[in-house]
Ligand binder design. Structure first.
Ligand code: G6P
Length: 362
C-alpha cells in the first residue's frame, strides 16, 4: 500500500523518489487534454474577485508559499503576501479591501494556521486550504479545498508535499490568470512544463549517487553550511537550508545571495559549504559574483544550476524548465543532499529529534 516503505530504508527517500509521479498525477487531476485547468470554477470565481492574496503557512509549507507569491503575481497579476501563520494569528496584517486567504498545509492540522483561519472566518474573509489530507481540520473549516493528491507523507521532513504545493499553486495561478485575461497565464504551457518537471525530477533521482558523494565530502564533516540564491532561488535556498538542518543537524542558513556580504559573510571560513542556486538568467552573473566573494574567503562552493546557465565547472546541472517552475527541480538535489547527510551521519532520517510531523499546539 501507499504508506508502506516498499523496500526503502527510509520514507524520506521513497517520498523524494515519488515526486515525478506526483507531478504527473496533478497534471492529470487538474489539467485537461489541452492543458486547460479544470480547477473548480467556484474557486476561480471567488479568488478572481480578490484585490490581494494572503498566503499563510508554517515550515516547509511557508516556503512553498514564497514560491506561490511569485506564481500568483506573475501569472494572475494579483499582489500576494506570504506570512507565518504563527505571527499573523496575533499580529494580523493590514488588509486590502477584498482579501482572499490561502492556507498551505500538508497535514491540514497545524494549530498556528488554524488560528489565522479562525480570524478569517470571524472577519468574513473567504479562504481556500491546499492540503494533502482530505477531511482535515483546515479543509473542513475553510470555504474551499484543493487536494495535493501526493499520497501519504510519512517522513517528518516534507518533500513531495512541497513540490505538490508549488505545482498546484501554478495550476491555480494559471486558472486565475486566464480568467483575468493575463497574457503570461495564457502563454504558460503548464502541462508541457509539468511533464518536463516530472522527467527532470526522474533524471535527478536516477543520479542520486552524485548527491551522496557531494554530501559525504562537503556536508557530513561540516558543522554549518549556507544556501544562497536570488529571486525564486532565494525561496528555494530557505527550503534547502531547512531540509538540511532539520534532518542532519548541520546548522544551515538560506540567504538572498547578495545579502551575505552585508554581515553574515564573516562566518565563512576555509571549507564552509555554500550551496549556490542559479536558475534566473537576469541575475545569474550577479550570483556568480557572490560565489566569487565567498570562494575567495575559503568557502567550498557547490553549484546547482539550470543547464542553459551552466558552465563546465558547475557541480549539479538541472534540465531546463520555465523559471517559475524551476523550484520543482532545484529542490530535489537539495532534498537528496539533506537525506544523505543525515543517513551517512547514522541518524534516524525519518524522525529527527525534537520534531513532529504535524504540530497541533501553538
Ligand atoms: C511541522 C513539520 C514540518 C511542516 C510544518 C507545517 O513543523 O515538522 O515539516 O512543514 O509542521 O506543517 P503543515 O502540515 O501545516 O504543512
Amino acid at each position: 500500500n501507499a504508506a508502506s516503505k516498499g523496500g526503502y530504508e527510509f520514507y524520506m527517500l521513497k517520498e523524494i523518489d515519488e515526486q515525478p509521479a506526483v507531478m504527473r498525477r496533478l497534471s492529470q487531476d487538474y489539467l485537461d487534454e489541452d492543458g486547460e485547468p479544470t480547477v473548480d470554477p467556484k474557486i476561480v470565481n471567488a479568488i478572481s474577485k480578490a484585490d490581494h492574496l494572503y498566503i499563510f503557512a508554517a515550515g516547509t509549507s511557508y516556503h512553498a508559499g514564497l514560491v506561490g507569491k511569485a506564481l500568483f503575481e506573475n501569472f494572475a497579476n494579483i499582489p500576494t503576501e506570504v506570512g507565518y501563520a504563527s505571527e499573523a494569528g496575533y499580529h494580523f496584517p493590514m488588509m486590502s479591501k477584498h482579501p482572499f486567504f490561502i492556507f498551505l498545509t500538508q497535514s491540514g492540522e497545524t494549530a498556528d494556521s488554524r488560528v489565522v483561519l479562525q480570524q478569517a472566518i470571524k472577519r468574513h474573509i473567504p479562504s481556500l486550504t491546499m492540503t494533502n489530507v482530505e477531511g482535515s481540520t483546515l479543509s473542513r473549516e475553510a470555504d474551499y479545498t484543493m487536494l495535493l493528491n501526493a499520497g501519504p507523507e510519512i517522513a517528518v521532513a516534507s518533500t513531495k508535499a512541497y513540490t505538490a504545493q508549488i505545482a498546484l499553486q501554478a495550476i491555480l495561478a494559471k486558472a486565475l490568470g486566464e480568467k483575468l485575461n493575463v497574457k503570461a497565464a495564457k502563454d504558460f504551457q503548464l502541462k508541457h512544463e509539468l511533464a518536463i518537471a516530472a522527467e527532470g525530477m526522474q533524471q535527478i533521482v536516477d543520479g542520486k549517487e552524485k548527491m551522496e558523494k557531494i554530501s559525504k565530502k562537503y556536508l557530513v564533516p561540516s558543522r554549518n553550511a549556507f544556501y544562497i540564491g536570488r529571486g525564486i532561488d532565494h525561496a528555494v535556498a530557505l527550503e534547502g537550508a531547512l531540509k538540511l538542518k532539520e534532518v542532519s543537524y548541520i546548522q544551515t542558513e538560506g540567504f538572498a545571495a547578495a545579502e551575505l556580504k552585508h554581515g553574515t559573510i564573516s562566518l565563512i571560513e576555509k571549507g564552509t559549504p555554500v550551496i549556490a542556486l542559479i536558475n534566473d538568467p537576469v541575475t545569474a552573473d550577479l550570483t556568480r559574483g557572490n560565489i566569487e566573494e565567498v570562494a575567495s574567503r575559503g568557502a567550498s562552493v557547490i553549484t546547482i544550476v539550470s543547464k542553459k546557465l551552466a558552465n563546465k565547472n558547475d557541480d549539479i546541472v538541472l534540465p531546463n524548465i520555465d523559471y517559475y517552475l524551476s523550484p520543482l527541480l532545484t529542490v530535489v538535489p537539495a532534498q537528496l543532499l539533506a537525506y544523505y547527510a543525515s543517513k551517512d551521519k547514522g541518524l534516524d532520517v525519518d524522525k529527527p529529534r525534537n520534531l513532529a510531523k504535524s504540530v497541533t499546539v501553538e
